[in-house]
Design a protein around this ligand. Structure first.
Ligand SMILES: Nc1ncnc2c1ncn2[C@@H]1O[C@H](COP(=O)(O)OP(=O)(O)O)[C@@H](O)[C@H]1O
Ligand SMILES: [Mg+2]
Length: 234
């Protein structure tokens, strides 16, 4: 079943249109990756999904039309967005960051925090430290854990691997796999590295210059000759 359906979605900025007629679906409970080179429109797509920019077309979450809804209302419907970069409050402690994430779901906050410390033990060890003092990978884990504090139906992650060492990225993506398997959270993750993306995702959407050039099950995209040549090095 599709949790999110986008049909003919177009969006952009004052300077001009960036996304053209984007159509794709996100299956409930799965990890979908959005793949594409720098400037392809991946970040813009996540912004369009959460209503941060002007968009047109059709967009629904679990049958509910999102086009008329504000970013706040879309968040309240269970869409959590971790923007590109380190989305943490650097002057607050790890635990304070997580408590901010609980604002949509204040009851059960302590239990939820304990749960994410279990998933990301390094955050638990550093719970009283300022987020700004964490490593890049730890800050990314914190940003993701904070978004998960609201038990979202759909988690949107914009290039969580950006600037991380390959080993840290592997760890982070392994955590995402566990979180997806355990909680059934539906995840859309933007990733530039096609190898990684097609390994972690069950489906993928490939963007080029603001258009979907390919989409479908990750293993089908992996086997596609054009995609192999252009994105997987042969
Ligand atoms: N805030 C913005 N204002 C105007 N143009 C933007 C803005 N952000 C991105 N763009 C333009 O939109 C296009 C797609 O950018 P982006 O969505 O950031 O790509 P990606 O995330 O795939 O690297 C680029 O041409 C970029 O210059
Ligand atoms: Mg981007």
């Amino acid at each position: 079943m599709s949790l999110l359906v986008a049909e003919g979605l177009s969006a952009g900025y004052d300077r001009g249109q960036v996304l053209h007629n984007i159509t794709f679906e996100v299956a409930e409970g799965e990890i979908t990756v959005v793949l594409g080179a720098n400037g392809a429109g991946k970040t813009t797509l996540l912004r369009a999904l959460t209503g941060l920019i002007r968009r047109s077309g059709h967009l629904e979450l679990d049958g509910v039309d999102l086009m008329g809804l504000s970013t706040e209302k879309i968040a309240a419907r269970g869409v959590a967005h971790v923007p590109q970069g380190r989305g943490t409050f650097i002057d607050l402690t790890v635990e304070e960051n997580l408590r901010i994430g609980a604002h949509l779901r204040p009851r059960g906050e302590k239990r939820e925090i304990a749960r994410w410390y279990e998933h990301f033990p390094r955050l638990g060890e550093r719970r009283t430290q300022k987020a700004g003092g964490l490593s890049g990978g730890e800050q990314q884990m914190l940003a993701i854990a904070r978004a998960l504090m609201s038990s979202p139906r759909l988690l949107l992650l914009d290039e969580p691997s950006l600037g991380l060492a390959p080993k840290v990225t592997q760890e982070l993506f392994a955590s995402l796999g566990v979180i997806n398997a355990e909680s059934g959270a539906t995840i859309v993750v933007v990733e530039q590295n096609a190898h990684l993306a097609l390994d972690i995702g069950s489906s993928a959407v490939l963007l080029e210059a603001g258009r979907v050039v390919s989409s479908g099950p990750a293993d089908v995209l992996k086997a596609n000759d054009d995609i192999r040549r252009a994105y997987l090095g042969g």
